[in-house]
Design a protein around this ligand. Structure first.
Ligand SMILES: [Zn+2]
Length: 148
């Protein structure tokens, strides 16, 4: 099996964008922050479809995704969260959690209306200080929500 996400998970703690490990997955900061606070939650199990997960694991995975999204919401206070589970490219369950603000795209729709050049513009990559700050903010809020 040749899956970049499975490969990355083997040494996840060496990933500079790694935020924290939960029971069913890993929280990772988006490389590009065109949508400030963009965070990923990747499943520990490889596979393309939610319905293939064992029931209790699936429920836990969804619950943990919602907690990660809630933490991002609390930290960045967007107008709306977007929860995207696509997997057309990498067939490994992973959520793209985007904080959205009114007028942040030309059309009121998915972030994928933007070109890759805009979504992955190097100018939106956080510098080291910003990256560490974003990671700490999200991590601390997840911990707070989980101990509430
Ligand atoms: Zn995989």
């Amino acid at each position: 099996m040749n899956c970049l996400m499975c490969e990355n998970q083997k040494n996840i703690e060496d990933d500079p964008y790694f935020i924290m490990e939960l029971e069913t997955g890993y929280v990772i900061l988006g490389w590009f922050q065109r949508f400030w606070g963009y965070t990923l939650f990747s499943c520990k199990q490889h596979g393309p479809e939610l319905h293939d997960l064992e029931h209790n694991y699936k429920v836990k995975f969804l619950e943990e995704m919602a907690t990660v999204a809630e933490a991002v919401f609390n930290v960045f206070k967007p107008d709306k969260m977007n929860y995207e589970l696509l997997g057309n490219g990498c067939q490994h369950l992973h959520w793209h959690l985007y904080p959205r603000r009114k007028g942040d795209t030309p059309i009121k729709s998915s972030v994928y209306q933007l070109s890759n050049a805009e979504l992955f513009d190097e100018s939106t990559r956080p510098d080291e200080e910003q990256r560490k700050e974003l990671i700490d903010l999200i991590k601390n809020e997840i911990i707070r929500l989980r101990t509430k």
